[in-house]
Design a protein around this ligand. Structure first.
Ligand code: ADE
Length: 239
């Protein structure tokens, strides 16, 4: 996968060199280039923003530098991703959809956002995904790109060592994962649940399923209703 990130704060994206994303870049599974939007300005002040038409507080990002940037970076296989508080909610399903793309271009907005014509012009040429991480407002899209990249890159074939961990994790089955434990068996008077040390894989799987259901019902009851609700078996319903 190829990724281009356009931002006025390239340093914000330096964590993309660390940990498993950094490793994926090293192995050639992923290439990432971070670009300074001001590269595509043409005035001496390298201006990227201006006052909003219609009035109101804050500044809006001007379309010209964004148009130049997208002209320079777009290929026939590009998808534009714009993190914004007015986007559709970013979910594991969005991460899977983005992970199947050949080329992602992230546009990091700042201030009150990017002139709408940039999005409209791009949408006539390539798929555009406007996504929100949640119902809160960040200073800009940079941190959202870090989050989205983590969620997407770990889905790329060859990035995670153990494919089972993808299949079993929270959200894959439409439920939150059960609590996890490791050694020692007792820590500060707190013991690991006996069942996890029993070696009875059938009962362990049932215990994990029950804990998942309990956790999900308590913390995310919204996940148990609606079109994406998981199929519950007879034993599930008894929990
Ligand atoms: N930019 C500013 N706020 C955001 C949010 N909640 N999600 C994604 N991008 C954003």
């Amino acid at each position: 996968m190829r990724v281009d990130v356009v931002t006025i704060f390239p340093e914000y994206l330096s964590p993309l060199s660390l940990s498993l994303i950094g490793k994926a870049r090293g192995t050639g599974l992923l290439s990432v280039d971070v670009h300074d939007l001001r590269t595509w300005t043409s005035d001496v002040h390298r201006t990227v923003d201006d006052t909003p038409y219609g009035g109101g507080p804050g500044m809006v990002m001007r379309p010209e530098p964004w148009g130049q940037a997208l002209d320079a970076l777009a290929t026939p296989s590009s998808r534009l991703v714009v993190p914004t508080p007015v986007g559709a909610p970013f979910t594991q399903a969005t991460a899977h959809a983005l992970a199947s793309s050949e080329h992602l271009i992230f546009a990091c907005g700042r201030y009150e956002g990017i002139d709408q014509r940039v999005i409209d012009h791009a949408a006539a040429r390539m798929p555009v995904t406007e996504v929100s991480l949640g119902d809160y407002v960040l200073f800009g899209g940079e941190v959202a790109v870090l989050v989205i990249m983590e969620a997407v890159v770990r889905l790329l074939p060859g990035v995670l060592g153990n494919a089972d961990s993808l299949a079993e994790e929270s959200h894959a089955a439409g439920l939150l994962e059960a609590p996890v434990y490791t050694k020692p068996p007792v820590w500060r008077d707190l013991a690991v649940p006996d069942i996890l040390r029993s070696g009875d894989h059938g009962r362990i799987a049932r215990w994990r399923r029950d804990e998942s259901l309990r956790r999900t019902a308590l913390r995310r009851p919204d996940m148990l209703t609606g079109p994406n609700a998981p199929d519950l078996d007879k034993a599930d319903r008894a929990v």
